[in-house]
Design a protein around this ligand. Structure first.
Ligand SMILES: Nc1ncnc2c1ncn2[C@@H]1O[C@H](COP(=O)(O)OP(=O)(O)OP(=O)(O)O)[C@@H](O)[C@H]1O
Ligand SMILES: [Mg+2]
Length: 575
């Protein structure tokens, strides 16, 4: 099966470190296989000479049996152990590679694949696949070698009879192949259906409040039922394909067996064969059934296991890594220039989140972006650290186009407080220093500036207190201030604040705002705010709508002009 070999070749590089284990397993399987024909071989002297009392010491046969099983058992253990060792190393390697890739993958991946989908592949599937594959490969090695050894022994005993058996092999192979292909297809469909199911569960676990508030449970349950029904159907079909193999191959072996017994009985009539050799032959024949049965069952776990591992490999090979070039500096001045930038989230779509947008921001300047919801403000600032790449136009930092930057050096230049705060299940200090060494004095200073120190002081473990899953033990405003402390701690030359103080009450907003004003000194700052009172001191205000610049100027100039900004302002301050 060439395609199966190709598929093995594809995953093999990750299992290279385990080569010695695979070789040892193969050797052990060979030893185990050689012992198999010795069991029927013992029958012959036992029957022909043992019972007729002709010169066999009493202890010899029992001792031989015990020794034989001891060797066989040890070989089995060694084969299983070494193969599992090799597979677990492979899984380790593959998982590490997948996680590395996840850290570097182009952002498009996260739009295409859900979190549960990626988690499932990375955490569960490769492990499951490797476990399945190990046991299947072990069967394959042990049983095919056993089969060969038994067949060789049979040939040696009586080659004519053995040829009867051999005739049936192509038939068995055909059955295995046809059903194997179908199983593979069903397995792939089953994996997709499992992902879909996990996705529904994930969404509903995350959104349980809103689901209950809107009484959306019945609709969600229907959605779940559709997915589970599909999965059930696929599982059933794959069971049918798997379960057909066993009886069909067994029937073929039964036909072989009956033919052989008939011929053997007929041959014994014409003299020559002893009872011993006949029994040895039949025993070896019967011992063939086990391995044949196992081998016919082996395709299901091989294809399923391989498909799981391949999904992991595909994650690495088929989603491109982030691109970047070599330009790097420790700290930029902070000149930002956007030239005719257009951003479409989907190729070829008419609607653009940002449309022919040009803006240049001098180093140290504070520019405020305002505009109605959906105007494209967040999309625009996501272009700067290359969370998104423009569909047309160019963005430059310090005069260097972003694609020419080394991607890590580029991101060092930005501190970003985003609209949706993301926190890690770590201590407060760990979240503030995120990615950098924890310098407790600087963490304290950052917390103080973000007006979080008083709160942190009330916690039993201070800044070492854990904050729960995505900061679930904090209030919305505390989460936001923690994100601001993180930006302060990073001390990057360019600061991006996307609704950074929206969750704060007016009093703490004013306090945090003054801390941010200090932070903005000497840094290029892009600030997005719906509450216009927070941006009155910006050097320049850019009002945007529908992805375009509508007007720009100072707060006073735009108010005087009486356009979009003045309208937004009037609405907020009417009271
Ligand atoms: N991941 C995405 N995929 C597709 N379209 C998106 C995506 N994110 C945003 N958009 C679209 O891009 C447009 C601009 O969105 P953006 O988030 O930039 O607006 P915004 O100005 O930040 O709005 P708000 O003030 O509400 O935060 C919207 O029409 C939105 O539907
Ligand atoms: Mg936004």
């Amino acid at each position: 099966m060439a395609s199966l070999l190709d598929r093995f070749a594809r995953v093999a590089p990750y299992f290279r470190d385990g080569r010695s284990g695979i070789v040892a397993a193969a050797a052990a399987a060979l030893v185990g296989a050689v012992t198999e024909p010795m069991i029927p071989a013992l029958m012959q002297p036992l029957l022909d000479r043992g019972f007729s009392g002709r010169g066999l010491p009493l202890w010899s046969i029992p001792l031989a049996i015990i020794a034989l099983f001891a060797v066989r058992g040890s070989a089995g253990f060694v084969a299983q152990y070494t193969l599992a060792w090799a597979a677990n190393r492979g899984v380790l390697e593959l998982r590490r590679a997948m996680f590395d890739h996840l850290m570097r993958a182009a952002p498009a991946l996260f739009g295409r694949q859900s979190a549960s989908n990626l988690t499932n592949t990375l955490v569960y599937e490769v492990q499951q696949g490797a476990t399945l594959l190990v046991s299947a490969l072990l069967t394959l090695a042990k049983d095919s070698l056993t089969l060969l050894a038994l067949l060789a022994y049979l040939m040696w005993l009586n080659w004519k009879l053995t040829l009867f058996v051999a005739v049936l092999f192509p038939a068995v192979a055909f059955v295995m192949r046809t059903l194997g292909k179908r199983l593979h297809k069903l397995t792939l469909a089953g994996q997709d259906a499992t992902d879909e199911l996990a996705y529904v569960v994930e969404e509903n676990v995350l959104a349980w409040r809103i689901v209950r508030l809107h009484d959306a449970a019945p609709a969600q349950a229907r959605r779940f039922a559709v997915s589970s029904a599909l999965l059930r159907r696929l599982m059933q079909k794959s069971t049918v394909a798997g379960a057909t193999m066993t009886p069909v191959t067994q029937l073929l072996s039964a036909i072989a067996l009956s033919a052989v017994i008939t011929v053997a009985l007929w041959q014994s009539g014409s003299g020559g064969a002893t009872v011993g050799s006949f029994v040895a032959f039949i025993t070896a024949m019967l011992m063939l059934v086990g391995p044949i049965k196992h081998l016919s069952d082996v395709m299901a776990p091989v294809t399923r296991g391989l498909a799981s591992i391949e999904r992991g490999v595909a994650l690495i090979e088929q989603s491109p890594a982030e691109s970047g070039c070599g330009f790097a500096v420790e700290r930029v001045r902070g000149d930002i220039e956007l030239r005719h930038v257009t951003l479409r989230y989907r190729e070829g779509e008419e609607a653009a989140a940002v449309l022919d947008f040009s803006l240049s921001v001098r180093a140290g300047e504070t520019v405020a972006l305002v505009g109605p919801s959906g105007a494209g403000k967040s999309s625009l600032v996501h272009l700067l650290p290359r969370f998104l790449d423009p569909s047309a136009g160019e963005v430059r930092l310090d005069g260097v186009p972003l694609p020419e930057w080394d991607i890590r050096a580029l991101r060092r230049q930005f501190a970003f407080v985003s609209q949706d705060v993301v926190l890690f299940n770590d201590s407060i200090a760990g979240n503030v220093a995120l990615g950098a060494e924890i310098d407790r004095e600087r963490v304290t200073a950052a917390l103080r500036a973000a007006h979080l120190l008083d709160f942190v002081a009330t916690l039993p473990q201070g800044m070492d207190s854990a904050i729960g899953h995505n900061g679930s033990e904090l209030s919305g405003g505390q989460r936001q201030r923690l994100a601001i402390a993180r930006a302060i701690y990073k001390d990057a030359p360019v600061l991006i604040l996307d609704e950074a103080t929206s969750a704060l009450d007016s009093e703490s907003e004013r306090a945090v705002q003054s801390a941010l004003d200090v932070l903005m000194q000497g840094r290029t700052t892009l600030v997005i705010a719906h509450r216009l009172s927070t941006i009155e001191h910006a050097d320049r205000v850019v009002a945007m709508d529908g992805g375009r610049v509508v007007e720009q100027g100072t707060h006073a100039e735009l108010l005087a002009r009486g356009g979009l900004y003045a309208r937004l302002h009037a609405m907020q301050f009417r009271s």
